[in-house]
Structures are given as structure tokens and as C-alpha cells.
Design a protein around this ligand. Structure first.
Ligand code: ATP
Length: 742
């Protein structure tokens, strides 16, 4: 049963197909029998003719099967096969009825006509000339895609990625990639440098080729940026690149010079020696620094008596008396061009924001409120009672399809029209976003930056808030008095304790902060599952789909995102005949699942229905929603996001979606949830840090439940280890940087 056999036949039925990796189970009819073929056969359709090479195997449940080692698509030859092929919907615009009419007219010559003389299709009743040309284009694109897939399949590139490659490079894909395979990792989301490098090596690219070394350097810098660095010390960069490419440091220098000349990277000198930046980050730091200096040099005069009176009015309206620093924050916000207000939970940041808005509005000022993520903006709107937009929306984001990049309508040439801009959750703003924002702020507009500097730094590069504070060059007010008291919330008390390095108070009767000790991973997982699907909904009436969020430090391990999501999906949205599914990688998307977008996609279209229907582009990293519909015929998943945006995901971009019953603490920044559950399990010490725990706990509005090892809780409280970020904004501000921007 183990010799190789070649079979030619027609695909009769597709029993299973995983679009992500091309694994397919189908029935194939050869000259005599119908056989079941199993293996890597991406994008085959019913009616297609295929040539498969493989061997017969015996499956314990399904009996004899043909295990495909390699496959080739053949175009169908006979009229009958062609009609079946076209009727399967393989070409957009042709269904069974049109397929029958076309084949009736052109017979065995049909595919020739579609490929080379598509205009003749308009001779068939119901097909206009325009439609005929479109059918021809679709057919030829498919041929191109097929070639690309066959070529890349040999190098282990998945069909989904081949489709993306074809979308970006079109028919030139194979030639361009043969010349410079590193374009793959630089231009295709999901293809890593390692994959591109492996392909390059198989294609015989020289290990010290300029393409390879340049791409290696950029890859090291890009990877460092995802760890928060805006630059790397030259020596470190050389070392890391040499290790990555397995070549000598001397062999890297030429490529470095080439990149400097091309302005892809930039070098400057710091106290730690030469520093190398990707140009984007150098420019961003340089411009942010210059603009902050410019904006903060503006001072505003206020009538002190009038101001005092208005502040008193506001205190009366709110029924509070401002603490000394709160008062200072309100006054300074009116007088300085730029001010930072920082403080932990319950210190009155929101109260101050509200007061500043009222004060400004009473002066007839126009105030814009903004925050870095959709969820943070939504929360700002809810807590202040005034509309807040995401920074992206405030800057009027658009999309440039030519280079697949976002563009902001608001910039230096078209600044934001506001007397004051208040930015909340500043700790989440990275250097690139800060630069985009500042470009659109003109001198004369007050900039009020509010945040908790002890939260995790931004996901993107830089530590903007910390750096600005460290520079001591911008007016800063620290709110230190805690107003939400212990009787009210143990969450706030414990957050401040943890921030100081003290163990939190656990299980105080009648309070909102609980610890459930568990002794192994399985117990932790099953306790959390039970809390989510049974105990919390039954006792506190929480909706597990919306009000309970599990936050974990890790991706892997029993309490990591991947495993927790699989387990929680089983409990919260189990298999059900009425719910359609889509298998993807090693899990399943199911109608009703809670999901999250995991990268910024500026081109993805959305619509909102209802009285104020609208539409637009852009879905962002961290946006969460529910799968409303899965259509396995039309190949899409429809998600309704928490802000009511409806988005259709083609199966080719499913790598942008993840289940979100559990999310990492990093992804939770800026969000708030009624109940937060945090597993405490062993993991890399670099992740089990104090500010990660602090960030997770401060995400909870009403309840925190820690489940697991007390030893891990102790470790986190005491682990002050924060990854050092290489960023030079603070130094630039101190030195009053006036250098060039590229
Ligand atoms: N000066 C004050 N006197 C009395 N109560 C105050 C004062 N300042 C704030 N509060 C109250 O303290 C509570 C916490 O304030 P607020 O929500 O503004 O803090 P916050 O820093 O935004 O907190 P968080 O970051 O947790 O949202 C609120 O109930 C608020 O009304």
C-alpha cells in the first residue's frame, strides 16, 4: 500500500477545507471510481480537474483514502467538465445558469474563449461586454494566482499568504521575489523575516547579498520597535544582525551605509555611543521634541479673580473642594501651552478633566477630547459626559490605497480647530501617534495630557509620557490624594499598595477584591471557566460575553491566551448545529464568538446601521466584537464590534482576528471592564512584573478576582523589572533639540 500513484480526475465534492493551510478532504472521480483524497490542495473547486500524486493509506475511521503528496490543477477539457467547473462559482459573475449557456455556445473551446477572447462571451444572452471582460480578467487572475501558489507552495508558503503576495505584486510576484525575497517580510503581513530568509536561501541568494543584510538590519530595528525601542545602540544592532544572519559584523557595515544613504535609517550620537534609528522613529522623536518646545513656550493670560470665581462655582456645582494639586492642575491647564496631569486610580483625573472642560466652555473655548484607542475614547465620553474621539478620528484618518497606508487629513497644513485638546490615557500614546497628533496642533491651542505614568508603556515604540515627565521640561502636576476610599473600593486601595510594592489586601469581607488560591494550571483554568459561565453570572448577574474579562500575562501555557480562549469558548459558546463555524489554524471561529482585531487595518471597510447609518474605513488593534455571521460559500466572517461597526472579514485576512474571551494584559490597556479575572501561574519573569499586575487590576471597575499561586502574586508585586526602552525623547527635550528632521 505504499507505492506512489498518480491519479487524474475531477473534484466531485469538497468535504473539508482549511483555507489557512490548504488542508483539504475531497471526493475525486477518476475514470472508474470516486475516491477520497486528503492533503494539501489549496483553493480547489468542485468540477476542477486535478492531477494528484500520493499513496493509498488506511484511516482507522474512514477506511481507504488517498494521501496526497503533491497536486496540480488541470483545466477541465470536456464540455461536461467545463460546465461543472464554471457552475461551481469558481469565477465571480458565473453561476450554474450562465455556465450552461456559455458552454452550450462555445463547447470544448469555452476556456480558450474566456482566457483569450472574453469579449465573445457577450454573444451569450445576458452577458454584457463589460461583464464579459470582467469574467476574462477574473479567469486570468486566477491563472496568475495559481502559478504564484504553485511556486510558493514548494517553499512552504501558505495559500493565504500566496493570495496576499499576488494581491501586492500581481503577475510580477515570482520575478520580484526571486530577485529580492525579502520584499515578502517587508511588505506582506504575516510573512516573517525567517520565512523570507529561508526562501531566499533555497533560491540561492548570497548570504552577504546587500538585499539580505539591509533587510536583516531593518528587521532587527523593526523587531526592537515592537519591544518599544525607538533606536538601538550601534554595537547592539551589529551584534543582533550578525547573529540573525550568521555573518561577521564587518560584512554588515556596507549595508548599513547603504541604508543611511537611502535615509531608511538614521544615526546620531548619544552618551552611550552611536545610536541607529529607523527613520520613522528618528523623525517622530525629533518632530515631537521640537513641537512640544514650541507649544509649551506659549503662555495664556487669565483674569485671576474671574478664574477664582469660576473655579469656586465649579466646586459648588460638583459638590467637592479641590485638593491643592487638583486646583493647581485646573489653573495651570488654562495658563500653559502644554501641561501634563498624572495620577493613579481615584486621584481625580476625570474630575479634573470635567472641570477644565466646564471652565473652558464657560469662556467660550472650543475643547476637543481624545484618547488613543476606541475603548479609551468611549470610556472618556462616558465618564466626562462630553464626546471624545480616538486620536485617529480627531485627525480624520483616511486611507491611501496606493501604498496601503493611513493618511491623516489633519496636519500642519490643516490643523485641529480647537482652543484646547485634552488627551486621556497618555501612557498608551506611542511616539509615531504623538507625532501625528502634534503635527495637527497649532501654537495657541492648549494641550492637556492626562495619564497614569505607572501604567504599562505604549504597545508601539517609545515611552512618550514617561520621557516627557523625566525631561522636566514640560509643566507637570501630579495628583496624589486618593479620593475613592477604602469603604468604597478595595481595587483602588490595592492598586496603590501594589504600586508601592505592598501586598494587596485579599478577601476583605464584602469587598470587591478576591483571591482564590489554586495549586496547578488545570485547577486555575477550570476555576476561571466556572467563574465565567456559572458563578459570576449567577451571583452578580454579569453577562460573560460583555462584562467579564479574563486578563493574562502570557500567550502560551495553560493560562495563556491561546489555551484559555479554547476552554472558555467551549463553555461560553459551545458547538451548536445552528451556529456556523470556520476552522482556522488550530482553532475554530464560531458564530457568537467574542473576537478581537489584532492589528491596525486602515483599509478595512465598516458600516453602521440604524437611524444614523454611516460607513468608513479602519479597524484597529484591540477593537473587540462578536461574530454575527459566517458564510462558508461567500468566504467571509461578519463581526459586529462593540461600537456597532459591522465589518466583513474575507477568509484571506482571518489572521487579523483572534478569540477574545481572554486577552493579554498588554492588549487591555485603556479599557475598563466591570469584572476582571487574572490567572496567577508560572511564566517568564520578564512578564510577571509589578506594572503588569497594576495595569490589569486598574482595568476593573467593580471586581477583581485573582486565581492561582500566591507565590506568583508576591513575585509580581516585587518584580520591578521593567524592560528598558531605548528612546531619546527625554534627552532631546533636555538639550532643546533643534536638529534636522529627515
Ligand atoms: N476633591 C475631591 N473631593 C471629593 N471627591 C473627589 C475629589 N476629586 C475627586 N473626587 C471623587 O473621587 C472619585 C474618583 O475620582 P476620578 O474618577 O476623577 O479619579 P480618576 O483619577 O479619574 O480615577 P480612575 O483613573 O480610577 O478612573 C470620584 O468619585 C470623584 O467624584
Amino acid at each position: 500500500m505504499d507505492e506512489f500513484v498518480i491519479i487524474e480526475g475531477t473534484v466531485e465534492d469538497i468535504i473539508f477545507s482549511n483555507e489557512a493551510n490548504g488542508y483539504t478532504v475531497c471526493d475525486v472521480k477518476d475514470s472508474k471510481d470516486i475516491i477520497t483524497a486528503v492533503g494539501f490542495m489549496p483553493f480547489i473547486s468542485v468540477g476542477e480537474s486535478i492531477k494528484i500524486t500520493g499513496r493509498w493509506v488506511e484511516h482507522p475511521d474512514y477506511g481507504e483514502q488517498f494521501k496526497v503528496e503533491c497536486y496540480e490543477k488541470l483545466l477541465p477539457k470536456t464540455s461536461e467538465a467545463i460546465e461543472k467547473y464554471l457552475a461551481s462559482g469558481v469565477l465571480k459573475g458565473i453561476g450554474p445558469a450562465t455556465a450552461a449557456k456559455i458552454v452550450k455556445k462555445f463547447g470544448d473551446d469555452t476556456l480558450n474563449i474566456i482566457g483569450f477572447k472574453p469579449q465573445q462571451l457577450s454573444l451569450v444572452k445576458g452577458i454584457s461586454l463589460e461583464k464579459a471582460i470582467k469574467i476574462g480578467q477574473a479567469f486570468n487572475e486566477q491563472q496568475g494566482l495559481r502559478n504564484v501558489m504553485l511556486f510558493f507552495q514548494e517553499y512552504g508558503i501558505s495559500p493565504v499568504h500566496s493570495m496576499k503576495i499576488y494581491k501586492v505584486f500581481g503577475d510580477r510576484a515570482i520575478d520580484e521575489i526571486k530577485e529580492n525575497p525579502y520584499k515578502l517580510s517587508e511588505q506582506i503581513f504575516g510573512i516573517t523575516f525567517k520565512i523570507a530568509d529561508k526562501l531566499a536561501m533555497s533560491l540561492g541568494i548570497d548570504p552577504i547579498s546587500i538585499y539580505r543584510v539591509c533587510s536583516g538590519i531593518k528587521h532587527v530595528l523593526t523587531l526592537s520597535a515592537t519591544n518599544g525601542h525607538t533606536y538601538l545602540p550601534e554595537e547592539k544592532l551589529m551584534e543582533m544582525t550578525s547573529q540573525l544572519l550568521d555573518i561577521e559584523i564587518d560584512q554588515i557595515k556596507d549595508a548599513c551605509i547603504r541604508l543611511l544613504m537611502d535615509k531608511a535609517i538614521f544615526m546620531d550620537k548619544g552618551p552611550d555611543g552611536n545610536r541607529i534609528y529607523l527613520s520613522t522613529f528618528y523623525n517622530a522623536e525629533a518632530s515631537v521634541c521640537k513641537k512640544l518646545i514650541m507649544l509649551s513656550s506659549v503662555e495664556f493670560n487669565n483674569d485671576p479673580e474671574k478664574l477664582e470665581k469660576r473655579i469656586n462655582d465649579i466646586q459648588e456645582e460638583e459638590g467637592i473642594v479641590f485638593a491643592e494639586n487638583q486646583l493647581l492642575a485646573v489653573k495651570e491647564a488654562l495658563t500653559h501651552g502644554v501641561i501634563i496631569i498624572t495620577g493613579g486610580p481615584g486621584t481625580g483625573k476625570t474630575t479634573i478633566i470635567k472641570s477644565i472642560i466646564k471652565l473652558m466652555q464657560s469662556e467660550g473655548y472650543n475643547v476637543a477630547l481624545t484618547a488613543p484607542t476606541g475603548r479609551a475614547a468611549k470610556r472618556m465620553t462616558e465618564t466626562t459626559g462630553f464626546e471624545a474621539k480616538t486620536i485617529h478620528r480627531l485627525l480624520e484618518i483616511g486611507y491611501n490605497s496606493d501604498n496601503d497606508e493611513m493618511v491623516f487629513t489633519k496636519s500642519d497644513a490643516n490643523p485641529i480647530e480647537a482652543d484646547a485638546i485634552i488627551v486621556d490615557e497618555m501612557s498608551m500614546v506611542d511616539i509615531v501617534l504623538m507625532n501625528s497628533l502634534l503635527k495637527a496642533v497649532e501654537p495657541g491651542t492648549r494641550l492637556i495630557l492626562v495619564g497614569d505614568v505607572d501604567q504599562l508603556p505604549s504597545v508601539g515604540a517609545g515611552c512618550v509620557l514617561k520621557d516627557i515627565i523625566a525631561s522636566d521640561m514640560i509643566r507637570l502636576v501630579r495628583l496624589t490624594d486618593i479620593f475613592r476610599q477604602a469603604e468604597e473600593s478595595m481595587i483602588v486601595v490595592n492598586a496603590h499598595r501594589i504600586n508601592k510594592g505592598d501586598m494587596p489586601y485579599l478577601n476583605v469581607k464584602g469587598k470587591d477584591f478576591f483571591f482564590m488560591p489554586r495549586n496547578n494550571g488545570d485547577q486555575i483554568v477550570s476555576t476561571i471557566a466556572e467563574l465565567c459561565y456559572k458563578r459570576l453570572p449567577a451571583t452578580y448577574d454579569y453577562d460573560p460575553m460583555k462584562q467579564i474579562q479574563v486578563l493574562t500575562p502570557t500567550k502560551k501555557g495553560p493560562t495563556g491566551v491561546l489555551n484559555m480562549n479554547k476552554v472558555l469558548q467551549k463553555y461560553l459558546n459551545p458547538e451548536d448545529r445552528s451556529k456556523r463555524e470556520k476552522a482556522y489554524r488550530d482553532f475554530v471561529f464560531r458564530e457568537g464568538d467574542r473576537v478581537m482585531q489584532i492589528r491596525n487595518n486602515y483599509s478595512l471597510r465598516w458600516e453602521k446601521l440604524g437611524l444614523f447609518s454611516s460607513e468608513g474605513q479602519g479597524v484597529f488593534n484591540g477593537d473587540t466584537g462578536i461574530i454575527h455571521e459566517i458564510d462558508n460559500d461567500e468566504h467571509f466572517i461578519k463581526v459586529i464590534f462593540d461600537d456597532d461597526k459591522i465589518v466583513e472579514y474575507d477568509f484571506s485576512i482571518l489572521d487579523e482576528l483572534e478569540l477574545a474571551y481572554t486577552i493579554t494584559i498588554h492588549k487591555s490597556q485603556g479599557s475598563e471592564f466591570p469584572a476582571v479575572i487574572i490567572p496567577l501561574f508560572n511564566g517568564p519573569e520578564i512578564l510577571l512584573t509589578r506594572n503588569l499586575l497594576y495595569t490589569a487590576i486598574t482595568r476593573a471597575k467593580d471586581m477583581v478576582i485573582l486565581v492561582g499561586y500566591e507565590s506568583v502574586l508576591k513575585l509580581m508585586v516585587n518584580n520591578l523589572r521593567e524592560m528598558q526602552r531605548f528612546s531619546s525623547l527625554s534627552e532631546k527635550l533636555i538639550s532643546g533639540f533643534t536638529g534636522i528632521c529627515l
